[in-house]
Write a protein that binds this ligand. Structure first.
Ligand code: BDR
Ligand code: CA
Length: 311
């Protein structure tokens, strides 16, 4: 049975690779729409980049809805220092020939949640669109089957401040709404993604696929690697967002634990921190399946095999 999904995203090279993975997997995933949000780069670019990936994958049938252009409360923080000016520097793909779908991403999320039994939402960026949707239509919490998100970090700490990961830091108020919503949550934090490092042989494998999608993936990874390799002193960079899609395809690649997770929204020092009760120190009910293990060999094999199916 195909799982109906919405992908909410702020491409971002790793978001772009996640989109390609999902679009390459039509037997398992029915991508009902892609919703864009401001994050790594401003909204206009995340929308353009999503349209580019849909076209590259030969899947212009999938609608792209533009969403919120800034976080719910705080000012927008972008990350061109990681992703480059366009957000997908290195992709070397043509500008899109298609346009975003009519309507706002938040309305699309609300309407789709109400009308689609078994909907899974995947978020790869700040949680602004989903947080806004839940604020406007709290009933949708009961009709979203599951949310799989890339965000947060606990033993690994943060990547934007010492305490916070980028997606949660960017819109902690939206994240707070989502984590309190009662939706079944699966979280791919830095503790997982920092074990899914790129390497020269892995990037070469994308190049050797011989298709345009493989070349774009290799180009994006080569650009995106440089920042994290320098920052962490590692031989490769964490490929964050595709873990979310890989979980839908092969969940046993990952391991984790159900925990209570709360979001820091008041202290400037620890703003956006995901406070994970990994050891069960409080009486708080678990609200999230928090992942901390990945079989990185299988993860990259899956990515390479699926992106090899695309044009
Ligand atoms: C997250 O932030 C962005 O830079 C990436 O696209 C990913 O979603 C990692 O912290
Ligand atoms: Ca992202």
């Amino acid at each position: 049975m195909r799982v109906p999904i919405i992908i909410d995203t702020d491409p971002g090279q790793d978001d772009a690779v996640a989109l390609l993975l999902a679009l390459a997997s039509p037997e398992e995933l029915d991508v009902l729409g892609i919703t864009t949000v401001a994050g790594n780069v401003p909204l206009e670019l995340t929308t353009r980049n999503s349209l580019m990936m849909v076209e590259l994958a030969g899947r212009s049938d999938v609608p792209v809805y533009a969403g919120c252009d800034r976080p719910m409360v705080r000012p927008l923080v972008t990350a061109e220092y990681v992703h480059g000016k366009t957000g997908i520097d290195g992709a070397d793909t043509p500008d899109p020939t298609t346009s975003p779908a009519d309507g706002h991403a938040v309305d699309f999320i609300i309407e789709t949640a109400r009308s689609t039994p078994g909907l899974t939402v995947c978020t790869l960026g700040p949680l602004t669109n989903l947080g806004t949707a839940l604020q406007q239509a709290p009933d949708i919490a009961g009709s979203i089957e599951q949310l799989v998100l890339m965000g947060g970090g606990f033993f690994e700490g943060g990547n934007t401040t010492p305490a916070a990961e980028f997606n949660i830091y960017d819109d902690p108020d939206a994240a707070d709404i989502v984590f309190r919503s009662g939706i079944d949550l699966v979280m791919m934090p830095l503790d997982v993604t920092h074990k899914a490092l790129t390497s020269d042989p892995r990037v070469d494998a994308f190049k050797e696929l011989g298709n345009a999608s493989g070349a774009a993936t290799a180009g994006m990874l080569e650009f995106f690697e440089r920042y994290d390799m320098e920052r962490y002193g590692t031989a490769g960079a964490p490929l964050h967002d595709p873990t979310v899609i890989a979980y839908l395809l092969e969940p046993d690649i990952f391991g984790g634990r159900a925990c209570s997770v709360a979001i820091e929204t008041t202290s400037e020092l620890t703003m956006g921190m995901t406070v994970v009760d990994w050891w069960g120190l409080t009486d708080a009910e678990p609200n999230c399946l928090v992942m901390n293990e990945i079989d990185d060999e299988r993860f990259y094999q899956l990515l390479i095999e699926r992106i090899g199916r695309l044009p």
